[in-house]
Design a protein around this ligand. Sequence first.
Ligand code: GDP
Length: 359
Amino acid sequence: DETEELFTIEESLKELAQLADTAGLMVVDSTYQKLSTPNPRTYIGSGKVAEIKAAINAYGVETVIFDDELSPGQLRNLEKAFGGNVRVCDRTALILDIFDQRAATREASLQVALAQMEYQLPRLTKMWTHLERQSGGKVKGMGEKQIEVDKRILRTQIGVLRKDLESVRKHRKQYRTRRLSVPVPVVSLVGYTNAGKSTLLNQLTGADVLAEDRLFATLDPTTRRVQMKNGKEFLLTDTVGFIQKLPTTLVAAFRATLEEISESSLLVHVIDISHPLAEQQIDAVEKVLSELDASSIPKLMVWNKVDKASNKEEIKQKARDLEDTICISALKGSGLDEFCNAVQEKLKDSMVWVEALVP
Ligand code: GDP
């Protein structure tokens, strides 16, 4: 998997702990194991299973989270091995949980619900294993039949959700078409989660968008009008933040939201320069952008949180070396005029480009 090369195991685990914290969990310990291939039954080896089980008892652990997606079988076997009331989940389930907590609009809620159900569908078996055990094997197959019934119910619900989503989206599309008929360029903020996109939007527009030191504070696209000192305007859209190993079910569910990105005149890529993994985060964002066919849209790199960076001189040098780079502090409001000028400069480019296409 190429994404795994971006982050080391330790870095990815640290981010996982941050995700768990965002979901309201308290992290007591983390561990990893290097295997040439994952154990097909339990993902980790039996020694590691025993080690984790000891930690579960020592700390009174309620949840064990794996950084990679587990197969339904591995999930079931691990839960059995850890025993009783321990919930085993993976990064995908955790991110789905966070998205579920954060969804603020009907469209976001429907998208998350859809992603959750699609994630659950192949994992349904788990709930019914106890039925077969209870019957002592006498009514063997009863659990299986129940799974089929359950899967059918879930598929029906997924169908209903898809229809609901379609109608919600139709409304939003009409609204967007009206918006696009106004000749104001659309600029989209993109960036790794927690980079400072909402803070920047707030600073520029006085909009009260939720900005928090948590992952995925923003799930729904928010669009605001930004007026520059010379009276010119552009629309600025803040959308869902990116993260490495973004679950595929979520990307699929949020495709409509994310696709708005590919319709903008300019992308503003906000980077948290105070983050030790800034470079890796840039690569992770670029990867999602290319998946969304948005790589060819003009882009402005914005290095945010200069106030917090310890290596300021180094950054300034880096910024000078790179073209189209602006340094700002969204929080302190510094560098914003320079930012607006750069946006205007960039939009001029894209306008020329559009004009050249029209005979
Ligand atoms: P988003 O996930 O990209 O929308 O990020 P937010 O705008 O929610 O910001 C994430 C966290 O970084 C919040 O705690 C902000 O207050 C903080 N933050 C944003 N911009 C700056 C900045 O320029 N300097 C500092 N020190 N913190 C910032």
